[in-house]
Structures are given as structure tokens and as C-alpha cells.
Design a protein around this ligand. Structure first.
Ligand SMILES: Cc1cc2nc3c(=O)[nH]c(=O)nc-3n(C[C@H](O)[C@H](O)[C@H](O)COP(=O)(O)OP(=O)(O)OC[C@H]3O[C@@H](n4cnc5c(N)ncnc54)[C@H](O)[C@@H]3O)c2cc1C
Length: 481
């Protein structure tokens, strides 16, 4: 079996190239169009505005809700890109008016301020100012998400509305006062972009809402598996088809009358596709999850999925390390259950780490799996307990080396899921002890976490090179006009 050897997966490279090439499209269209002669800075300003506008529209697709993307790259990478791109788009939108007036500013600062005030207050430019303000509020509320006293759903609703306002007002600005966008092919291009954005929102919040109601699932049972952790058995209601998925993927779930995409939450499937229906393992963490244990049997459930690429199918390997921390055991359990169902013969090493022993779920099932699989099991708790095969402490370098003992690191894939700091520590240590970057796969349950692994930093470096390519395109445009 051949493993990919570098941190690049072809899907990621192809998508990055597509992103850069399509970003250049409005500038190519503008290139062929006549416009009043401008200073090079003004061309650069126009190019910044056009690229930022196009980038804002693409943010709707990189929101993590399109399996064509999250299934190729993984939700972690998509969300990392979405966040980073928002920062550089914000920067480009702020620079857009400033670069326009830069030559005036350099010659006569007072006149520069007058021009800037004009752009910010003249009614003709109002849609541009609205777009800029909406984008800045959107970025600010996202950076401060953890500190806002709002429910997560309120933030999500605001995020979508601000995103729509930013892009639609920006498109109006481009068509109304843009040097290139008022007529010709660019006017058509921006109209198509506006329709595409509205189409994406209609799919996300119209079509999917309809599907959640048209194809309901049914809660069969809720079982307590550990301290404030519940396993839900969910089956398709009559008329709803089974959902094909791969073990380790996740779904967006809602319940009862709130089956609307704005209210859904992501949960990994802790199950094998060999079994009908879905099992979710859910830890109480806030408003939605804290009532999971009290949901009545028969409750209508909305399932949107599957998503993600935390799967053996997406990352073939000769041997597998499965590492789950806390409720991060959910997708790991799904993969393990599937390996049992398929009678997989590959060596599997599984480490399950929790803070307190009462957080362990499904231990008997994990132990039983050692009988049917080529499986070795490590159970770790930070607190000691009277559990026979339990070790006290964390997943240290020695323990991870122990897990890899006898396996060839570049033919082994490690799947890690758990709290951000644990994922970072384990991933970095695995790289230190010789696992290639491309063989370490992880999924975090929290998009807002700030802990960054070496893998994250390498990814950020590659994503920054996309930003650099866009800057080169802006510069090339300004110089070639
Ligand atoms: C890919 C993925 C798979 C996950 N799988 C599981 C799982 O198998 N089992 C499990 O117990 N938990 C899982 N989670 C975490 C779970 O989604 C959150 O704990 C849950 O949404 C919290 O909602 P709440 O209203 O109870 O808590 P809140 O107090 O509203 O939220 C707590 C935190 O959870 C995150 N969160 C809340 N709502 C959402 C949302 N709609 N979308 C994304 N993040 C949100 C935010 O970071 C928030 O700060 C997963 C998360 C992700 C991203």
C-alpha cells in the first residue's frame, strides 16, 4: 500500500490553485476593459477591492458546510483557512480606500484627508462604507466570540447576516461606483457572484431546512455512558433513507421543532456504517448539549451530513494509531466499531485519555475489541482510580513511543481527536518521534481554540502563500495597466 509522503494532499493543492486563479478572474476581465486613466496606486486600490469582494463571496463556501470541500481537506483546515482569509480580506477592504488616496496624501496630506472624508460620507460611496463596516464588525465579533455574552446561535445568525450585508453592499458598490465594474463583462461577473452567494444561502438555509423537515430521523434511545455523557441511537423515520457515510465522519444535528440549520450542532458519528442508523456520543457542554440526556424517545431529529475526512478511507494506512481525549473518543469509537464490523486485521493501537476516570465511556466495548482485532489499548486518567488496566498521567512522549513500538511510522496513520491543547501536544510529539506530518490527522471539537500545533503552523504558512500570490496578482495588475 502506498502512503502519501508530504504534508500536501493533491486536493488541497488543486483547491489552492483554483482559489488563486478564480481570484485573478475579475482582474483579467478588468484588464480588457477601458477605464479613465489612473495612477498605479489607484489601479492597485481597485485590484484590492475586486479581490477582496471576490474573496468575501468565497467565504460562504469555505464556511465548513460544503462536503465537497470539508470532505477533501477536513473541517479543521477549512475553518483555519476561513479564519485566515477573513483577516486578509479585512485588511484588503481597509486598504482599498486608503491606497486610492495615497498619492494625494503623499503630495498634500490635508487634501488626502478631505478625499478620505468624502469617500466615507458621500452617499454615492455609502454601500462601500456599509460593506466595510459590516466586515469589520463580523471579524471583530468572531475574534471576540469566546468573550461575547451571546448564545452561540446568536453569534452564528449575526455572522451570516453581516456576511451577506458585507458582500451584497460590496457588490453594489462595485457595480455602482467601481472604475471597472459599472459596465461590460465585470458588471455581469459581479451580478453572477451576487446570484451565486444568494444561491449558496438558499441551499444552506432553504434547501437544507426543507430536507431536515422532509426527511426526519427519530431518537430511538438515550443511554448514559459516562459522567454527563450520553449515547444517542438515531434511526431514519419512515420514508427517510439511510445515510451512507464513512466511520469517523460527523453530522450536523438538530432536534424537535428547531430543525433549522441555524440551530444545528456538529457531532461525530460514533458508529459503523455496517449498522443501520447512527449513534452519537455527546458530552454536556452548554445550552444544547445539557438537555440531550432528557430528550424523549421518539423525538424528531434533524441530520445533515455526512461531513469530514477523519476516516481510514481518506487516509489509507498499514497500521493505525487511534487517540481520543475525553469525548474525542466519539469518532475514534466509530472507526473502531467499524473495524470490528469489517474484521479489519491491521494493527491498531488505541489510547484513551481522560481527566477523571468517571469520564471513561464504553470501556467494556473497547476491551472486548481487543479479542477480535489486532488491538492494543492504553487507558489514561489524570486521576488515579481502581480500574485494572488504567495508567495515571497524560500521553507523554514515552507512552506515544510505546504505542508506535513495532510499527513503521511512515506506514502508520495517527488519528487524534480531543481537546485543543491535548491534540496539539500529541500531534507535536508524534512528529518529534518520527511520524511524517502527512500521517498525523486530527479533528478538534472547538473552532475557537487558540492552541496551535506544528502542523497548524505549517498549514498557516501554506495558506499565507496563497495570500502572497494574491498580493502578487494585485501588484502585477497595477504595474501592467
Ligand atoms: C467536527 C466536530 C465534531 C464534534 N463532535 C462532537 C461529539 O461527537 N460529541 C460531543 O459531545 N461534541 C462534539 N463536538 C462539539 C459540540 O459540537 C459542541 O460541544 C456543541 O455544539 C456545544 O453546544 P452547546 O449549545 O451545548 O454549548 P455552547 O455553550 O453553546 O457552546 C460551547 C462551545 O461549543 C462550540 N459550539 C457551540 N455550538 C456550535 C455549533 N453550532 N457549531 C460549532 N461549534 C459550536 C463553540 O466553540 C462554543 O464555544 C464536535 C464539534 C465539532 C466541530
Amino acid at each position: 500500500m502506498t502512503l502519501l509522503t508530504g504534508p500536501f494532499r493533491p486536493g488541497g493543492m488543486a483547491l489552492a490553485a483554483t482559489y488563486i486563479l478564480t481570484a485573478a478572474l475579475p482582474l483579467l476581465l478588468a484588464h480588457g476593459q477601458s477605464a479613465a486613466p489612473m495612477d498605479r496606486w489607484e489601479y492597485a486600490a481597485a485590484a484590492l477591492g475586486m479581490i477582496a469582494l471576490w474573496g468575501m463571496a468565497v467565504q460562504f463556501v469555505t464556511s465548513g458546510r460544503f462536503e465537497a470541500l470539508s470532505g477533501k481537506l477536513g473541517i479543521d483546515k477549512i475553518m483555519a483557512f476561513h479564519k485566515l482569509a477573513a483577516i486578509w480580506l479585512g485588511l484588503a477592504v481597509v486598504l482599498h480606500p486608503l491606497v486610492y488616496i495615497l498619492p494625494t496624501w503623499l503630495e498634500d496630506p490635508e487634501l488626502g484627508w478631505i478625499r478620505l472624508r468624502f469617500y466615507l460620507t458621500d452617499p454615492a460611496y455609502r454601500s462601500g462604507v456599509i460593506s466595510l463596516a459590516a466586515l469589520l464588525v463580523l471579524i471583530g465579533t468572531s475574534l471576540l466570540l469566546d468573550r461575547l455574552p451571546w448564545p452561540y446561535e446568536a453569534w452564528r445568525g449575526t455572522h451570516i447576516v453581516l456576511g451577506l450585508v458585507a458582500v451584497l453592499a460590496g457588490l453594489h458598490h462595485a457595480v455602482a461606483v467601481g472604475r471597472f465594474g459599472a459596465e461590460g463583462p465585470l458588471a455581469w461577473f459581479w451580478t453572477l457572484v451576487a446570484l451565486a452567494v444568494l444561491g449558496v444561502v438558499a441551499v444552506l438555509y432553504g434547501w437544507r431546512w426543507w430536507l431536515l423537515h422532509r426527511r426526519p430521523w427519530r431518537l430511538e434511545s438515550v443511554t448514559n455512558r459516562a459522567d454527563r455523557m450520553w449515547e444517542l441511537d438515531i434511526q431514519p423515520a419512515q420514508g427517510t433513507p439511510q445515510m451512507p457515510y464513512q466511520a469517523g465522519q460527523f453530522v450536523w444535528m438538530t432536534e424537535g421543532a428547531r430543525r433549522f440549520p441555524l440551530f444545528d450542532h456538529p457531532f461525530s458519528i460514533a458508529d459503523s456504517p455496517a449498522r443501520d442508523g447512527l449513534s452519537l456520543l455527546i458530552k454536556e457542554a452548554g445550552d444544547f448539549t445539557s438537555k440531550i440526556g432528557t430528550l424523549p424517545e421518539g423525538r424528531a431529529i434533524g441530520i445533515d451530513g455526512p461531513y469530514g475526512e477523519f476516516t481510514l478511507e481518506a487516509h489509507p494506512a498499514d497500521a493505525v494509531l487511534l487517540i481520543g481525549g475525553g469525548v474525542g473518543i466519539a469518532p475514534v469509537l466509530g472507526i473502531l466499531r467499524d473495524m470490528v464490523a469489517r474484521g479489519d486485521k491491521r494493527p491498531v493501537r488505541l489510547a484513551y485519555a481522560v481527566g477523571q476516570p468517571q469520564n471513561f465511556a464504553c470501556l467494556d466495548e473497547l476491551r472486548a475489541a481487543t479479542e477480535s482485532l489486532n488491538l492494543q489499548l492504553w487507558l489514561l486518567s489524570e486521576e488515579q482510580a481502581d480500574i485494572p488496566d488504567l495508567s495515571q498521567g497524560r500521553l507523554t512522549r514515552d507512552r506515544l513511543s510505546d504505542m508506535l513500538n513495532g510499527l513503521t511510522p511512515d506506514r502508520t496513520r495517527a488519528f487524534i481527536c480531543g481537546p485543543g491543547p491535548m491534540v496539539v501536544a500529541v500531534s507535536d510529539t508524534l512528529l518529534d518521534i518520527g511520524m511524517p506530518m502527512s500521517n498525523v490527522i486530527y479533528e478538534r471539537f472547538d473552532y475557537s481554540g487558540n492552541a496551535r500545533s506544528r502542523l497548524d503552523r505549517a498549514r498557516t504558512g501554506r495558506m499565507l502563500s496563497i495570500g502572497a500570490a494574491l498580493l502578487a496578482i494585485v501588484t502585477g495588475f497595477a504595474l501592467s495597466m
